[in-house]
Structures are given as C-alpha cells and as structure tokens.
Ligand binder design. Structure first.
Ligand SMILES: [Zn+2]
Length: 91
C-alpha cells in the first residue's frame, strides 16, 4: 500500500457534515473563529452549549494545527510533523 503523507500546511479546512441532513461545510483553518453551533441547512443544533467539551476540543484541534504549522516553519526545530493518511476508501 502506498503511504500518503501530508504536511499540516496542506490542511486548509475542517469539513463538517450534518448527520441529520448530510449538509457539508468547510471551515477554513485560517479564518476559524468558533465552531458552528448548528447546521446551516436543517438548523439542527450541533453544539448545544458553547462550553461543551466538543466545542473545546474543536478549538484545541484548530489551535494545535496552527501551532504545529508554525513549529514546522520555525528555524531550530529539528523535525517536521506530518500526518499519514489511510489510503483505503471510506465506507
Ligand atoms: Zn443538517
């Protein structure tokens, strides 16, 4: 199986799909302010409370992606962090 490696700088957006209506939206990492509280299509609430653990974890994820992208570009850091993708088709 071929290994597919991506750089953090290649990650442009977080793609969220509503489990209810399957609407999909992409939220750009660079423009990320806060996660969407509800589906833009069916208006189902995705994150009931801004203090919810899901909200916090999305903020941590975006923050970590930004931080590691900056680290990868920094001089003096002796490694580059990348991700390996599973090449199998999703179900
Ligand atoms: Zn929806």
């Amino acid at each position: 199986m071929t290994r597919t490696i991506i750089e953090i700088a290649q990650i442009r957006a977080i793609d969220l799909e509503c489990r209810e209506c399957h609407y999909r939206g992409a939220w750009q990492i660079g423009d990320w302010r806060q996660p969407p509280a509800r589906c833009s299509n069916c208006l189902k609430i995705w994150i009931p409370n801004p203090n919810d653990e899901l909200h916090k974890n999305l903020e941590l994820l975006v923050g970590a992606l930004r931080a590691f992208d900056a680290l990868n570009k920094a001089k003096g850091i002796l490694f580059v962090l990348r991700f390996e993708l599973d090449g199998r088709d999703k179900e």
